[in-house]
Ligand binder design. Structure first.
Ligand SMILES: Cc1cc2nc3c(=O)[nH]c(=O)nc-3n(C[C@H](O)[C@H](O)[C@H](O)COP(=O)(O)O)c2cc1C
Length: 486
């Protein structure tokens, strides 16, 4: 198997994996997971985009065949920090004859250069757990978040001389300290508020630990936290309790009573996991909750401020700005000013009387209306089944969906996904359409190609047409093609 991987934003890249492995893709805001369960293998690859310019890739997978990845770097210089938790992989640059082995528990760093290529081989038939932290220092610097811009600056200074104008590769020592953090990163599958903070802290700790190891270039395997694994686990889950009591004043003694762990150990555990004090950790949870409330409710900022346990709005604003680089009001307006898009995907059954000509009529009308509301999307009609994805401003999408639900030309409407996303997938399409008769012309890696619906769907039984994963696959195939034109 050889996957020619084009460097792009993390979700686009993961989608390339999905199409290649015929896997399922589950997207969330700032995160996505590829789920593989077919003849090519089993497991998952998850990505998290923590802030612009800082993302993590986590592999937890067993492949039936060796997978060769030819990664083609196209963005500006990015730093790849890799760590194999279980298993090993191979790497080489194109001009090299032999692959080099990246061992289990070994730190490795690659600094890319636009236009260059690196080959990787993921082994077959053995469990493979690995994390990659990818840093684009320029993008991070632009994020305006003080703690992160400092980190980006540090990285640039550390690697300035080593990686001026060529690809840089560093294979470090076996490093057991990084292992503790990478272990948390790979094994945390929660994507809610608590899970996100665990991931973010584990990413920063893995990164910090790798940079330190790179700087010292010495073995650090005598590092052991004083806490037991069970205690660390309990502390990492403590966020749930805090969130349940988020509107109250919380103190360390109460947390200690609840967890049955001495307060001092809780402090040490939080410092180990998140690199901050217990107070700062609780503040961070409050602020994440505030962000979630802004995304998902119509509450105003004062209401949110009080509901997460702050008495003073100005203090809340100050903390928010320190953490996210912008005031709560500015963050809220990024959500409302069309900066975030809303997507609904569903499938439905056409009523028996519907002919292809009727579908043309639906599409024509849809395109006229959608242009007016700046709605884009894609409609597939296959053997009496509609699949549609619509995207745009949340209010407009919800009201179109209401209309669609009342349309008598289809029945059995099943919602597959609804939620926010940062970017449209069908920017240039007021309604891209794929039908059995016509197929669709799309641009794939620069060339116009004709997609036949039958090729996308394969030989299907009526049963598999009802499966959600099939429609996700269709959606990913079309999204992977550069949907420009028409
Ligand atoms: C499968 C299907 C997909 C549709 N897609 C859209 C669409 O994307 N946009 C739209 O405005 N109407 C769409 N419609 C039509 C709406 O249900 C509704 O009839 C139409 O928006 C009413 O438009 P009007 O108010 O201009 O008469 C679709 C209908 C069906 C059956």
């Amino acid at each position: 198997m050889m996957l020619a991987l084009e460097e792009a934003n993390p979700i686009e890249m993961l989608r390339q994996f999905c199409v290649y492995l015929n896997a399922d893709l589950i997207e969330d805001l700032g995160a996505a997971t590829l789920v593989l369960d077919n003849e090519k293998g089993k497991g998952r690859i998850s990505i998290y985009e923590l802030i612009p310019g800082l993302s993590a890739w986590i592999y937890d997978i067993v492949l039936e065949e060796e997978l060769e990845i030819k990664a083609h770097f196209s963005k500006e210089k990015c730093y790849y920090f890799g760590y194999n938790l279980v298993g090993s992989q191979l790497q080489k640059f194109p001009e090299e004859a032999e692959y080099k082995k990246l061992h289990q528990h070994q730190n490795f760093i690659i600094i890319s250069k636009p236009g260059e290529v690196s080959h990787f081989v993921v082994p077959k038939e053995i469990p493979y757990q690995c994390c990659y932290i990818i840093v684009n220092p320029k993008e991070m610097l632009a994020s305006n978040i003080h703690s992160k811009t400092k980190l980006a600056q540090q990285l640039i200074e550390t690697f300035e001389d080593t990686a001026n104008d060529q690809m840089y590769r560093y294979f470090g020592d076996i490093d057991m300290r990084t292992r503790t953090y990478a272990d948390i990163l790979v094994n945390n599958t929660r994507t809610d508020i608590v899970g996100r903070l665990v991931t973010e802290a584990a990413v920063l700790n893995t990164l910090g630990s790798q940079i330190e190891a790179h700087d010292q270039d010495t073995q650090t395997d005598n590092f052991r936290p004083e806490l037991t694994k069970e205690e660390l686990f309990k502390i990492s889950e403590m966020g749930d309790y805090v969130l349940e009591h988020i509107s109250e004043k919380l103190n360390l003694r109460e947390l200690s009573d609840h967890l049955q762990i001495p307060a001092k150990k809780i402090q040490a555990g939080i410092r180990f996991l998140y690199g901050c004090s217990a107070n700062d950790y609780v503040t961070r949870l409050r602020l994440e909750k505030a962000k979630e409330l802004m995304q998902t409710t119509a509450k105003n900022i004062s209401e949110i401020c009080y509901s997460i346990g702050y008495q003073s709005r100005s203090y809340f604003s100050k903390k928010f700005q320190e953490t996210y680089g912008m005031l709560p009001s500015a963050y809220k307006s990024t959500l409302t000013k069309d900066r975030l898009f809303y997507e609904i995907s569903y499938r439905s059954l056409a009523v028996p009387s519907i002919q292809e000509g009727d579908v043309d009529e639906i599409v024509q009308r849809a395109r006229q209306n959608n242009l007016q509301f700046n709605i884009t999307g894609c409609l597939i009609y296959h053997r009496k089944i509609f699949f549609q994805l619509i995207e745009g401003n949340k209010h407009d999408i919800l009201s179109l969906y209401d209309k669609l639900c009342q349309d008598h030309r289809h029945t059995d409407i099943q919602l597959m996904w609804k939620g926010h996303k940062i970017k449209r997938d069908f920017d240039n399409w007021s309604m891209a359409t794929l039908t059995d008769e016509k197929g669709l012309n799309v641009k794939v890696q620069g060339d116009i190609q004709h997609i036949e619906l039958g090729n996308v769907l394969g030989n299907l039984s009526q049963n598999s047409l009802a499966s959600e994963s099939l429609w996700r696959k269709v959606r990913n195939t079309i999204k992977t093609s550069d949907s420009s034109g028409r």
